[in-house]
Design a protein around this ligand. Structure first.
Ligand code: ZN
Length: 127
């Protein structure tokens, strides 16, 4: 793995770990809701950062990753899709008042989850 990809992977893993810790803390406290927009921005940026290297490799036409590295990227995409899907399913006043039952932000979450799954399939994943 290149040093740059390793650094970005580490940053993405840290963002995901922080997010999971925040969700766990919220579940235990039942207090402050998780700031979804902030987390979506941070996780999305981390994913974009990793994908920029994975998908735009050094012009060989192949992803510059080992099988294990590709596995990690696929797992990150899976986590990102699960995060977006879970967030879209959370209770939301705007969703409950929307005729289709889904507000614009949560419809966007489902669209983004679909996009992550599309990329997963495109780079060799099965979801
Ligand atoms: Zn909503």
């Amino acid at each position: 793995m290149s040093a740059e990809l390793e650094a970005r992977r580490t940053a993405a893993a840290a963002a995901l770990a922080d997010y999971r810790q925040a969700v766990e803390a919220e579940a235990q406290r039942g207090g402050q809701p998780v700031p979804w927009a902030l987390w979506a921005g941070r996780l999305g940026a981390a994913l974009d950062s990793v994908l920029a290297i994975v998908l735009d490799g050094p012009g060989t036409g192949q992803a510059p990753l080992t099988t294990a590295q590709l596995s990690t990227v696929l797992a990150a995409l899976d986590d990102a899709a699960a995060f977006r899907t879970e967030r879209a399913g959370a209770y939301c006043l705007e969703c409950s008042e929307s005729p289709p039952g889904l507000c614009v932000a949560h419809a966007d979450d489902l669209d983004q989850a679909d996009a992550y799954r599309y990329v997963t399939r495109a780079i060799g994943g099965r979801r």
